[in-house]
Ligand binder design. Structure first.
Ligand SMILES: Nc1nc2c(c(=O)[nH]1)N[C@@H](CNc1ccc(C(=O)N[C@@H](CCC(=O)N[C@@H](CCC(=O)N[C@@H](CCC(=O)O)C(=O)O)C(=O)O)C(=O)O)cc1)CN2
Ligand code: MET
Ligand SMILES: [Zn+2]
Length: 769
């Protein structure tokens, strides 16, 4: 019998229990015992669900209270001294590393003030991990035994699990040197790290684990020779230790073929590969297996919500069986299911025709089990038949086609993606029009999404308040935000985005060709989740989406008010895309919809328009090559199509966060002003890369993920440091990103300090001019 396997299950709970409890814990509203209890309940529920669905190989240690990479940093004691010094409990140290901590002194406890570690994109997904941060003083040792505890928890329920840990090479490669140790190369720590891996694996074996899954997703990236060679060092070392569980080395999100040399002859029990994304790698990866190694065939996509095509997947698995034999093949999800919503059954409002095309994490469990049965020769004809019917109904559905949209995409010409004049000419016109001071201050768009806003939106969605009442409420919120900004002296105001549940979902809900869920939450980072809208057909904008709110905001102030939109690439990347049409086409359709919106805003008198593209980098194919250059072309083209319908006097802004950007990618967008996340980029080299960027840049001066409030002096010191290399006349002052996840108290103070610092330099430089 061919086994079925799931690499990891969403840990947020069917009704976001994890978020609710963690946030309550942070607010001091629930005890640590209650927090741990909810974690345990979620784990138990998930394991039982998988068992019931007939999954043979079930993961443990896929749970985390914040992030699975941060779990390892805590487990291996990679805790920078600035956190360790407070002697907080392990869970509080963990949260402090994840999100920073600022606490006033009490009679019994000293004050705490520490920023969070850097948070970065997990490969090309909208999940973010906390970057391991090493220094010369990092001393790896086991700190607790979370994987063992969770393994034993499952065992007590009678469920034998396969613990999953990020593997040593991925853990180090995804990390970085701390600011006090910039000469440190993370990979140089491998020898010190390996014994600690061996120790935890040994403990797992002693607890009864017969196998473990070590995730090495870095194998789908371009790796230098040193890193490739280090795989052999690492896995030879683990194989030389006695009494460890059997290791399955798992890769996903791409093809491993260019790095085959790194994994050939590794002494592991088996490999897992992503065949949902790269079925073509089968021949080559199968050829490197020795006679005993198992092949875990990832065919059920862990990254999308489309129902699996059983016939197609079974054929891939059959081919794997032909190569290595039935006994050595496992049918699996392509990656952890972390990236998919929990359960389709909780969606009560979906059009039934469309709902039949989808499969969320819970449904994917059954898919893996059915495919395994099918290739084992069991009779699953009823399931196969139903599946074939769903697949063909979707293929022939006319919901997905809009000829007018297709024609418009075909008629795109080069002129549509070019601004009227080059930047210097635009700048001259804009300087006259806006008369901005040096160091102009602005924010990225959103202001605190308070409980009150969410409750009122919820009432509006449920129909307990009318559209008029809701609009009145939103306008009052906008007015509060405008008055606050006027009061502290911000130069370019925003309306605060109170009407938006999320920057992508909000637009998705207003664009034809999208569908959306009511409970399809997916973890983005920590306790923050998203409900990605789903692209099911050709995309078009029936009417303006953001004009009303922006125009209202501008109508109550004499200062310039910036309109904010989410760019085509980000709308695409943070949605579940179609898999029957290429991504470029979907991006161009979105670009045209947004172009209409930009033009409408412009016509309504909004002369500063920001089109956010924080997902631009995330969409970059993981490896250098043709795909990557194609992507960069159509991504930039999409942005420019969206923003080039306006005159020179209209100032186009864009915003980027959560990634190491390449200035060239940003240049290609030709935005007049860009704001980029910067506050946690400790490496001075980073800014030098932007020195020749011709247009204006706002470098993010504070971390918006943390409630921590930087002082005016701290802002001044940051600006001073940047001015050592960056020219004052191109320098805008703003936070790292939007403030929606912050509370008002810290928002007010932080922004006030930021503006004070800007004014200080304005005077200093003004005097010099
Ligand atoms: N899509 C997306 N991806 C992104 C970002 C982003 O902003 N959007 N930012 C970056 C970081 N990621 C982030 C992801 C989520 C959030 C975030 O704030 N999420 C909110 C949910 C936002 C949302 O959809 N809110 C809805 C639903 C809110 C809600 O929970 N309502 C209650 C009812 C009201 C109440 O009692 O509170 C309920 O449904 O139970 C709304 O406001 O309408 C959260 O988890 O808290 C922030 C950053 C990268 N990727
Ligand atoms: C993740 S980027 C967020 C941009 C958006 N305009 C905001 O301020 O929230
Ligand atoms: Zn941002």
């Amino acid at each position: 019998m061919v086994q079925s396997s799931v690499l990891g299950f969403p840990r947020i709970g069917a009704n976001r229990e994890l978020k609710k409890t963690t946030e309550a814990y942070w607010q001091g509203k629930v005890s640590v015992e209650e927090l741990f209890k909810v974690g345990k309940e979620i784990r138990e529920h998930n394991w039982k669900l998988q068992k019931q669905a007939g999954v043979d190989v079930i993961a443990s240690n896929d749970f985390s209270f914040y992030d699975q990479v941060l779990d390892l940093s805590l487990l291996f004691n990679a805790i920078p001294e600035r956190y360790a010094k407070y002697n907080l409990s392990p869970i509080d140290t963990f949260f402090a590393m994840g999100r920073g901590l600022q606490k006033k002194a009490t009679e019994t406890e000293a004050a705490v003030d520490v920023t969070a570690l850097e948070m970065v994109k997990w490969f090309d997904s909208n999940y973010h991990y906390v970057r391991p941060t090493f220094s010369h003083s990092t001393q790896f040792k086991l700190n607790g035994q979370k994987p063992v505890d969770e393994f034993l928890e499952a065992k007590a329920l009678g469920i034998q699990t396969r613990p999953v840990l990020v593997g040593p090479l991925s853990y180090l490669t995804l990390g970085k040197a701390d600011k006090d140790s910039l000469d440190l190369e993370p990979l140089s720590l491998l020898e010190k790290l390996l014994p600690v891996y061996a120790e935890i694996l040994k403990k797992l074996a002693d607890a009864g684990a017969t196998s473990v899954q070590l995730d090495e997703p870095v194998l789908v990236l371009d790796l230098d020779e040193k890193t490739q060679a280090a795989f052999k060092t690492a896995y030879d070392f683990l194989a030389s230790q006695s009494g460890l569980p059997a290791i399955t080395l798992a890769t996903y999100f791409g093809t491993v073929v260019p790095n085959l040399g790194a994994i050939k002859d590794l002494p592991v029990a088996g490999f897992h590969f992503d065949f949902a994304r790269n079925p073509e790698q089968l021949d080559e990866v199968a050829s490197i297996l020795n006679d005993n190694q198992t092949l875990s065939v990832g065919v059920v996509d862990g990254r999308n919500i489309w129902k699996n095509d059983f016939a197609k997947s079974s054929a891939i698995v059959q081919k794997a069986i032909e190569k290595v034999g039935k006994d050595r093949v496992v049918v699996a999800t392509s990656s952890s299911l972390l990236h998919t919503p929990v359960d389709l059954e909780s969606e009560k409002k979906l059009n039934p025709e469309i709902k039949d095309w989808f499969s969320f994490a819970t449904q994917k469990l059954a898919e893996v089990a059915v495919i395994a049965k099918n290739v084992s020769g069991e009779d699953v004809s009823a399931e196969l038949e139903a599946n074939a019917k769903s697949v063909s109904t979707r293929a022939s559905s006319n919901i997905t086609n809009n000829e007018a949209v297709q024609k418009r995409v075909q008629s795109i010409d080069e002129k549509m993606s070019r601004r009227l004049s080059p930047f210097p000419e635009r700048l001259a016109v804009q300087e006259k029009a806006f008369k901005l001071p040096l160091f102009p201050t602005t924010t990225i768009g959103s202001f605190p999404q308070t409980k009150d806003i969410r409750i009122n939106r919820n009432k509006f969605v449920k129909g307990t308040i009318t559209a008029e009442e809701y609009e009145k409420f939103i306008n009052a919120e906008i007015e509060t935000v405008i008055r606050f900004q006027e009061e502290i002296g911000i130069d370019i105001l925003v309306h605060g985005e109170p009407e938006r549940n999320d920057m992508v979902q909000y637009f998705g809900e207003q664009i034809d060709g999208y569908t959306f869920t009511t409970n399809g939450w997916v973890q983005s980072y920590g306790s923050r989740y998203v409900r990605p809208p789903i692209i099911v057909g050709d995309l078009s904008r029936p009417k303006p989406m953001s004009v009303k709110e922006s125009v209202y905001a501008q109508s109550i102030t004499t200062k310039p008010c910036k309109g904010m939109l989410t760019g085509p690439v980000t709308c695409l990347r943070w949605s579940f895309p179609r898999d029957d049409v290429d991504q470029k086409t979907q991006a161009l359709q979105l670009a045209l919809a947004l172009r209409d919106e930009v033009n409408d805003l412009d016509a309504a008198g909004i002369k500063i328009i920001q089109v956010d593209e924080p997902a631009l980098r995330e969409g970059l194919p993981l490896r250098a090559g043709q795909d990557r250059s194609d992507y960069l072309k159509w991504a930039a083209e999409s942005f420019r199509i969206a923003t080039s319908g306006v005159g020179n006097e209209t100032q186009i802004h864009s915003h980027f966060c959560y990634s190491d950007l390449d200035p060239n990618h940003i240049k290609a967008l030709d935005a007049d002003v860009v704001s980029i996340e910067y506050s946690k980029k400790d490496d001075p080299k980073y800014i030098s890369e932007f020195l020749d960027y011709p247009n204006h840049i706002g470098l993010g001066l504070f971390d918006i993920h943390s409630p921590r409030i930087p002082s005016t002096e701290e802002f001044k010191a940051k600006i001073e440091k940047i001015l050592e290399s960056y020219p004052a006349e191109k320098f805008w002052v703003n936070p790292d990103c939007g403030l929606k996840t912050r509370g008002w108290a810290e928002t007010k103070e932080s922004l006030t300090h930021m503006v004070e610092a800007a004014k200080f330099f304005r005077e200093k430089y003004g005097a010099k001019k």
